[in-house]
Design a protein around this ligand. Sequence first.
Ligand code: ATR
Length: 260
Amino acid sequence: MNLAVIGHPIAHSLSPQLHEQWLRASGLFGRYEAIDATPDQLPALFAAMREGDWDGFNVTIPYKEVVVRYLDDLDEAAKHAGAVNTVYKRDGRLIGTNTDGAGLVQALMPYTDFTGRVLIVGAGGAARGIVQALPTRDVTIVNRTVERAKALADTFGVVYTTFDEMDVSRYDVIIQTTSVGMDERSTPLSLEGLRQNTVVCDIIYRPLVTPMLQEAKRRGAKVVTGVAMFVGQGALSFEKWTGVKPDETVGKKLIEGLLE
Ligand code: ATR
């Protein structure tokens, strides 16, 4: 298996360690590289994949949208998400998919069956990928720019609210998708009134426990770090390329160890 993640910058990607561990554990020969590509290198990379030099790519920032022009087709997840994070080959054709949302949903399954209300914080690309993958339409979107919350809610037939009107006690699952919290100080919303059994998930994994998750923990909520989504999306990509379901628990332990 010849696999890689393509992005810019890419030096801090944890995907090579995750996938190489899974390749070894599955008894598959191969490698997973991190390719720091400039935009003008993309055509050659996808041509090489078409010719058989590569079995699969992950695509990350800033290429999740532009990559579409080098592919033959997109599956439903990529179309709904409006972005591609995984490229695989079927019958000589390059297909783009997006495993971010489904990976997160899969990672949250041990914590919730999604029969309750879900609050999505943020309305950007990450939020879109997650909303399209949720197995429920009982979803509320809250975002700093209200028009973007409304636009995303309208696209998927769900509702939106504002930070002023929002009441966190109404939700069973809260998923934080903005970049707020990466600085280790800020939190995008107040968790005043949070119920103890609420599942609170942040998709940020650096820091491993964001200020929002620290507060959720203090309030007795069930806390899920961004490692869940990272490992979940990786597992679904790995399965697309190899046909093998990798061990997510082992992957989660490895990544948490690298981040702690
Ligand atoms: P991504 O693809 O990572 O989701 P994006 O499409 O740029 O990136 O979306 C960023 C999200 O983070 C948006 O929901 C954005 O809110 P706005 O739509 O109001 O811009 C949110 N975000 C980023 N910085 C923020 C901040 N300082 N406070 C609140 N929300 C912020």
